[in-house]
Design a protein around this ligand. Sequence first.
Ligand SMILES: [Mg+2]
Length: 377
Amino acid sequence: MEIKMDRIERLRLFLIESPIKMARLQGVGNIKGTVKRVLLELTTANGIVGWGEAAPWEVFTGTSEAAFAAIDVYLRAHVIGAPVNRIRELTRTMDKALVGHSEAKLAVETAMFDILGKSCALSIADLLGGRVRDTIPLSFSIADPDFDADMRRMKIMVEGGHRIFKVKTGVKSHAEDMAHLQAMRDAFGDKIDLRLDYNQALKPFGAISILRDVDQFRPTFIEQPVPRDCLMAMASFARDLDTPILADESCFDARDLMEVIRLTAADAISVKLMKAGGILKAQALMAIADAAHLPAYGGTLWEGGIALAAGTQFIAAAPGMSLGCEFYMPHHVLTEDVLEERVGNEEGHVVVPDGPGLGIKISEASLRGNARILAER
Ligand SMILES: [Mg+2]
């Protein structure tokens, strides 16, 4: 019996710019004012609509303008006409047609999964094998140039049940980092789960004494202390410190992860859908990480509600993603979001949305009402 499968009929793209509430010092690059990202809407012949998001960061993965052009010029022809149940085949076609552009490919794959879920009334987490968790512990990054503002924010968040804070170290002087970590432990003791992220700020030469200093504050892990290609230095820190070392910039894809494992360069990894270039690719990454017993953390770039929902659906169905997530942008940093309703955030946890596909509601009206559109196609 031949079943006539629904196909993608229309693709619309929006390059948007969103104001943010606070300046951010993030080691590899600083952010003030606004962030840009690309939203993608796919519609099938039967009228099912799916959404995806590409949120590159120019110092980390690429640019939003490039993601917009990648989809508009190079991927559009492959997406139009694609059957909704052949997502893996489409990802292979996109990889053949275009090198890199992980965020653009993720946006397409996310919208395809959103549609497939809606067409069979299942969430993306269901399509990935089903949930193993209903909430995900949320980490907030301490990265405000004004540390006192971060301390005031932390106090309110801790009172609201929030526990995990990741401090962006190595941006200010080591002495300032030490004073800030001391202030946080003095104010909150062991009530908080403190993590450190250097975003590649240290040079391998002399890094170990700095790491031994900050180690006194009992961080849960130290993320990416040195540049991404310094895997031997990462391996020495992982060997010499009791505190686990986490690879972020050193681990974009499966090939990177195999190198991290071969050199025992990290004890844990940060998985970002924008780095991995797709939910299926992130799932494959976790199969390797699970085999090597490396737990993972759900990282983010400057992502809005659609990317957050995709990451949440992925982590809900990935047992090894046990170190929480940092999907705090839409609630704490972006001044607005394009969703009709934000993804739930309760007592320091992101709540995995119920409902088919991504489990979110977004409309042209909520998009146009809440984002500055720089370009659309
Ligand atoms: Mg990081």
